[in-house]
Design a protein around this ligand. Structure first.
Ligand SMILES: C[S@@+](CC[C@H](N)C(=O)[O-])C[C@H]1O[C@@H](n2cnc3c(N)ncnc32)[C@H](O)[C@@H]1O
Length: 465
């Protein structure tokens, strides 16, 4: 007998948002089919090495340098859904720690004042087209779209996380209750470790309620076996003298010298953290409005990762996570959708490479990557729906070419056929140049098995290259 119970009828307590279930009541999977292409490498950054090359001292540099080349860190520009989907082939189950600090403030995500020159002058930066679409994707339907946005990304984060890995999700009190339910659903209620309250002081005053001076950080682990370095995150006891501890707990047992040793070691910090917010005079401030203090990331990275581990920040902003990870000998991967975030982070990481090189401390090179091109294809698929297919049909028919249905296409890039040759129709909003033609040929060759090289030449000659 078939079970006719509607799936929603059997649900237990859960958070529902528009888009979670399809119209038949089935759970919608996270759709990453259009987003699994490799990321494009834009540049390799090893600033000390480049400077040595420029000054003719490369040989000396190679002998003396402390660069670690067991891993090349990555800074990736693009929507992190696309970025994470692309990272999965190499990093599924390999990331040891994730710190995610997503946007919360409706309307303030992508518009900001950008310092120029000596930073005395500022120009307002408007959101780019991509950022505007991303903004609608996050907030277009209010909390529903926000939750769907986060659900998809948190699911991908879980897949990237190592079995003994941890995730810290930075929330503000307007969203933390929803996000905790999402985290319970994705990671499991029993993987919840802490709700950390980050308390800070700032000058803003509330008139009719208590001043809001804290953020919430949700700490979950992927399994029941995880890294937690208690000795690396101890803080001094509030009481200076041993005698002031009273007679409870650990202070009751052991000798005087054992108790003194405990006192000197300090205590493991509780789940409420008093760490100052960056003020306008702070040395580490980079002009990025949502920049977090390094002290906050230091605590998280020291507690939940070891040297040589991979730390990932999908919403990196000004790159605080990578800056601290590099200084603590961790490998890092960071991504951000905003051009200004990538620019700020790139510059910050170059300064750290230089500083560490001069101090004869180890550092790693990093690659800058772009997910934007594929991202555009993904937006098209999501937002233009059938328009792209229709556009191809019209162009092919105009030129009297045969329109190949997907099942007859030898490669997804070959859309039609005319006079013994396959035809490719470039997307609606692009200019097709030589570099695109070359890339198309190599992608198509890759898809066509057998005579790869030969077909590649034929295609190039047909394209007039
Ligand atoms: C709260 S800020 C992060 C600040 C960061 N923790 C720091 O210390 O500078 C959130 C960041 O998420 C980025 N962002 C928003 N949506 C994104 C997306 N879909 N993919 C990648 N980054 C995104 C924004 O550009 C912004 O820089």
């Amino acid at each position: 007998m078939t079970n006719t119970t509607h799936p929603l009828a059997t649900r237990k307590t859960e958070l529902i948002w528009e888009g979670k279930y399809d119209t038949d009541g089935n759970r919608r999977p996270v759709d990453i089919t259009a987003a699994t292409l490799p990321l494009q490498h834009i540049e390799q950054v090893d600033q000390p090495r480049s400077e040595a090359f420029a000054t003719g001292t490369l040989e000396l540099f190679e002998k003396a340098n402390k660069r670690q080349d067991d891993f090349c860190n990555r800074l990736i520009w693009g929507d992190n859904k696309v970025v994470m989907a692309s990272l999965l082939s190499e990093f599924r189950g390999k990331v040891n720690l994730i710190y995610a600090d997503p946007p919360f403030n409706i309307g303030a995500d992508f518009t900001m004042d950008v310092p120029i020159g000596d930073a005395k002058a500022k120009v307002p930066k408007d959101a780019s087209a991509l950022e505007t679409v991303a903004y609608c994707d996050i907030w277009g339907k209010g909390t529903d779209s926000y939750l769907h946005f986060m659900f998809e990304r948190l699911t991908l984060m879980r897949d990237l996380l190592a079995d003994d890995g941890s995730i810290y999700l930075h929330c503000d009190p307007t969203m933390s209750h929803y996000l905790k339910l999402l985290m319970d659903e994705i990671f499991g209620e029993n993987r919840f470790r802490n709700e950390i309250i980050w308390g800070y002081k700032s000058t803003s005053q509330a008139q009719k309620w208590f001043p809001r001076k804290h953020d919430v950080i949700l700490f979950y682990t992927k399994s029941d076996n995880w890294t937690f370095n208690t000795d690396d995150i101890r803080v001094p006891f509030a009481t200076k003298s041993l005698a002031a501890h009273g007679s409870g707990g650990a202070w009751k047992s052991g000798t005087e010298s054992e108790r003194a040793a405990i006192h000197a070691k300090g205590k493991v910090v509780e789940d409420w953290w008093e760490i100052p917010m960056l003020n306008s005079m702070a040395k580490e401030r980079l002009g990025y409005p949502t920049q977090k203090p390094k002290a906050l990331l230091e605590r998280i990275i020291k507690a939940s990762s070891n040297e040589g581990n991979i730390v990932f920040d999908p919403f990196c902003g000004s790159g605080t996570t990578g800056a601290v990870a590099e200084q603590l000998g961790r490998k890092w991967i960071m991504s951000d959708l905003g051009r200004f975030g990538i620019h700020t982070t790139r510059k910050r990481m170059i300064d750290i490479q230089r500083e560490r090189h001069h101090a004869e401390k180890p550092y790693r090179a990093f690659g800058v990557y772009n997910a934007g091109k594929y991202e555009r294809q993904w937006w098209q698929q999501e937002h233009l729906q059938g328009a792209e297919r229709e556009h191809r049909r019209v162009v092919l028919e105009l030129f009297g070419a045969e329109v190949l249905p997907p099942e007859n296409q030898p490669s997804p890039y070959l859309h039609g056929f005319k006079d013994g040759a396959y035809c490719y129709i470039a997307p609606i909003d692009t200019l097709f140049g030589k570099a695109d033609a070359e890339e198309l040929v190599s992608k198509t060759t890759y898809h066509l098995t057998g005579d790869g090289g030969g077909k590649s030449e034929v295609l190039l000659s047909r394209l007039g290259i």
